[in-house]
Ligand binder design. Structure first.
Ligand SMILES: [Mn+2]
Length: 338
């Protein structure tokens, strides 16, 4: 990774104005990475703007200067673009309004840890082994010798906490603990991170999660499935970002192959999320079949469409319960409609 870091350092050395971009529907990793870079590059003497196409969710507003994140810009005003935690260039969604943004007129550093990354940058620093993008940023800041302030440490910890589900997911390695420890030593406020990410849920979120849990079932493939429509969001007065997190509860059913959560989004889109606890299941490959991507144990996709609820009923009074179990399809009752 060192030669890539050197390449990135040279690009930053040459730049005066830098744009740090987070991916669409931002999470704690993409925002933590952008925030740490923003603060670090300012120490380097650069002018930096943070950008994200979507609004910043309330739970991440404790990060430094989140109110300064811009949504629109002229990318040619910058000497360098840095994108963090975007599994592919389309994940920023800026290619939709600025089709030439990643064509190379302005150099792009792509810091990421998704196996689906399409190396859209001029300099691609993609480390699939890293639990979060902020771990790569941490190593980069150390490589170039930029001091990590308490605010930067908190931002970097936010990425780690976000992507390891507060040090619980299978990507929680010894390195994760070591770097988390270092970041605490540097003044990172771990309790503030944990509180905002995992212990702050408005009532609208709890009601939405209630619907997700209530709709959950295990299909005949052994997959834990749930789905919520846009109407469900409206009934709970919940925004589309409030769904994130509940998939980890769906992924806790013993013996389940993987968990799948489908939800309707604004603008006629379906979002699918996959999680698994099993070593022999690759949900990134599964998501790729639907045009999405992610990690082996956590992945997702978005596609145009609407959700339709199907109910399968079968009545066969001649047979005992045991015999019914033998008939393929007899036990498939995906939803019991109320
Ligand atoms: Mn990430």
């Amino acid at each position: 990774m060192e030669d890539k870091f050197l390449e990135a350092k040279k690009l930053i050395d040459k730049a005066d104005k830098i744009l740090s971009i987070s991916h669409k529907r931002p999470d704690g990793d993409t925002l933590g990475a952008s925030c740490a870079l923003y603060l670090g590059l300012q120490q380097w003497g650069k002018k930096v703007d943070m950008a994200c196409i979507d609004e910043i969710p309330d739970r991440f507003k404790f990060l430094t200067d989140m109110n300064k994140v811009i949504h629109e810009f002229n990318f040619r005003d910058y000497d360098l673009i840095i994108v963090s935690d975007a599994g592919a260039s389309y994940m920023t969604r800026y290619h939709e309004i600025y089709p030439d943004i990643f064509k190379g007129d302005v150099p792009v550093i792509n810091f990421d840890h998704h196996s689906s990354n399409d190396n859209f940058g001029t300099c691609n620093i993609v480390s699939v082994q890293s639990a979060s993008a902020t771990i790569i940023i941490y190593k980069f800041l150390k490589f170039v010798g930029i001091p990590i302030t308490p605010q930067m440490a908190t931002a970097l910890l936010t990425g780690i906490y976000n992507d390891t589900g507060s040090l619980m997911h299978s990507n929680t390695t010894l390195e994760v603990f070591e770097i988390s420890g270092k970041l605490m030593e540097l003044g990172g406020r771990i309790h503030q991170v944990a509180k905002n990410l995992f212990r702050t849920n408005p009532i609208s979120t709890l009601k939405l999660w209630g619907k997700v849990l209530d709709n959950a079932y295990i299909n005949d493939e052994g997959v834990t499935v749930s789905a919520v429509t846009w109407k469900d969001f409206e009934e709970c007065d919940a925004g589309s970002d409030e769904i994130s997190g509940v998939i980890d509860l769906l992924n806790s059913v013993p013996g389940s192959k993987y968990a799948c959560l489908l939800n309707e989004d604004l603008g006629g889109k379906i979002k699918g999320s996959f999680r698994t606890q099993r070593e022999d299941v690759d949900v990134a490959a599964l998501a790729a079949q639907f045009g999405g991507g992610g990690h082996k144990k956590a992945a997702g996709f978005t596609m145009p469409g609407r959700l339709h609820r199907e109910v399968h009923w079968k009545i066969n009074p001649e047979l005992s319960d045991d015999q019914l179990q033998q008939i393929p399809g007899s036990t498939q009752i995906p939803f019991l409609q109320k």
